[in-house]
Design a protein around this ligand. Structure first.
Ligand code: ATP
Length: 271
């Protein structure tokens, strides 16, 4: 069967301070997971059902990063499931994959299952055409597994990510399932983009006159976190290239300055 789980289910190494901004989303995740983790008895059997979180928004806005950071900070294993990879052309296999994911998650508990591109495995039921009710069965299986997590003593928490929440089957968003929706968007303010730039470059050696507010203002309009990361990576490689060129030039130019005295000085005492 096709492998649909990625990663090694270990605790990731993304810290809160690796994420610039997104304070509201960080708080929702912290608040939602902390109490059930430390006081599981408050969330028993159906009363205060422990629901999952759906992170939604354009690509590159930090959904995966956030899910990993919450796992790191709370010392939870992390199972990443790519929606399209879970689908299997053999009838029945995809449902089996879904069951297997939750079994593995329970074995790796306490853990987070991260469903990336959730819309690809959980579209509105009744919408699929030629694949018929195969998709419907996968959605039903996912719902059953999410509900079964509440009856288990193991701490398994589901986080979904999607660019298209409008495509999801509405039953997924009911209480106890992905019932908290958190939007992650393009960094619309200069301050927000400045925060992300500062975070990404915190280990860079910077010239004293680098001012991230000005940089954010001048050339980062409408950039996502991933775009800002690419900008910083490009700036760093440009700087490294320039340094290499400088060193090469010093080497080249110093050759031109080797004098007779240099030879004589080195020659001293060797007769
Ligand atoms: P997709 O929908 O395409 O899966 P995503 O929303 O999950 O995208 P991420 O994979 O979390 O996006 O982000 C891509 C990369 O962009 C990250 O690995 C990180 O380097 C950078 N990045 C995104 N947002 C931020 C942020 N707020 N602070 C620092 N880096 C960020």
């Amino acid at each position: 069967r096709k492998e649909c789980l990625t990663g090694d289910f270990k605790i990731p190494k993304v810290k809160w301070e690796d994420i610039g901004g997104l304070d509201e989303a960080k708080n929702v995740l912290k608040d939602t997971l902390h109490l059930p983790l430390v006081r599981p008895e408050l969330f028993g059997k159906g009363v205060n059902m422990r629901g999952g979180v759906l992170l939604y928004g354009p690509p590159g806005t930090g959904k995966t990063l956030l899910a990993k950071a919450v796992a790191t900070e709370l010392s939870l294993s992390f199972l990443s499931v790519k929606g399209p990879e879970l689908l299997n052309m053999y009838v029945g296999e995809s449902e089996a994959n879904m069951r297997e994911i939750f079994t593995k998650a329970k074995n790796a508990a306490p853990c987070i299952i991260f469903f990336d591109e959730l819309d690809s495995v959980a579209p509105k039921r009744g919408d699929s055409s030629d694949s018929g009710n195969v998709m419907d069965r996968i959605v039903s299986q996912l719902l059953a597994e999410l509900d079964s997590v509440h009856k288990s003593d193991k701490f398994v928490f589901a986080i979904g990510a999607t660019n298209r929440p409008d495509l999801l089957d509405p039953s997924l968003l009911r209480p106890g399932r992905f019932d908290k929706m958190v939007y992650l968007g393009i960094n619309s303010t200069i301050d927000a983009r400045e925060k992300v730039l500062r975070t990404i470059t915190r280990k860079f050696k910077l010239d004293a006159d680098v001012n991230f507010y000005d940089i954010a203002k001048q050339c980062t309009n409408n950039l996502t976190g991933a775009d800002l990361y690419a900008l910083c990576a490009d700036a760093l490689s440009l700087a490294l290239k320039r340094k290499t060129t400088e060193i090469e030039e010093i080497v080249k130019s110093s050759r031109a300055y080797v004098s007779v005295e240099d030879f004589l000085q080195c020659h001293d005492g060797q007769d």
